[in-house]
Design a protein around this ligand. Structure first.
Ligand SMILES: *Cc1c(COP(=O)(O)O)cnc(C)c1O
Length: 216
């Protein structure tokens, strides 16, 4: 799909859900994409990009990030926290107490705080990152009260083999009862459904840029 087509499908999905299209931001997921695919989207005015890996992101965007918002959407190892805090505007994958502690220490050390999303493993899949839904309230409270972190919202990646709607609904419910306004949910295959369930950020890669390189 072209960039304008994605933008108009987001707007149409918003209107169908009686929502303001301006309340839904597109994160263009540029991981594993060649620069030749990214450049036209950048030239068309897209300013928000998502990356899975700290090192790949710094290699791609270092020196050309002026005016952009860069979001980490892949799992974060504690030994990469320093680099991630220094580089990203948003970290969407806060999902365990140890990481909250390390982020807090690093944010205090450098005096720079990326905006934070807690990743929830709504499908409770063992291979997937994210806090379990029944631990989410306590974890959000820990982040806020013990680690003094400002949490902006929640993020999820529903199981590939299930209808995504119930997962989006669950994430929205956890956000609501914790007074969180950001909902990062919806990818190439399900962003319109996510918008119907209240997504404020959709993360779109392959539908926008084409298939990724299969390695990595
Ligand atoms: C890769 C990725 C996406 C984009 O997936 P597409 O299906 O290509 O749109 C979105 N979110 C996360 C967390 C990802 O890792």
């Amino acid at each position: 799909m072209s960039y304008p087509e994605i933008i108009s499908r987001i707007a149409a999905a918003a209107q169908a859900a009686h929502r303001n299209p301006a309340d839904i931001a597109l994160t263009a997921v540029s991981k594993l994409q060649p620069w030749s695919a990214i450049e036209p989207v950048l030239a068309a005015g897209q300013t928000v990009f998502g990356e899975n890996r700290v090192q790949e992101a710094t290699e791609r965007w270092q020196g050309r990030r002026e005016g952009l918002e860069l979001r980490l959407i892949g799992p974060l190892q504690t030994n990469k926290a320093r680099e991630a805090v220094a580089f990203f505007d948003v970290i969407e994958t806060l999902d365990r107490p140890r990481l909250a502690e390390v982020l807090q220490a690093e944010i205090q050390r450098v005096g720079r705080a990326p905006r934070l999303y807690v990743q929830v493993n709504t499908g409770e899949e063992p291979q997937k990152a994210g806090i379990a839904p029944h631990d989410a309230d306590a974890f959000i409270a820990l982040c806020r009260e013990t680690n003094k972190l400002v949490v902006e919202g929640l993020m999820c990646i529903p199981p590939a083999d299930e209808p995504p709607g119930p997962h989006f609904a669950l994430l929205a419910k956890i956000a609501r009862r914790n007074a969180l306004t950001g909902l990062s949910m919806g990818m190439s295959g399900d962003f319109e459904t996510a918008i119907a369930f209240g997504a404020t950020n959709v993360r779109i890669g392959s539908a926008l840029f084409g298939d990724r390189a299969t390695h990595g």
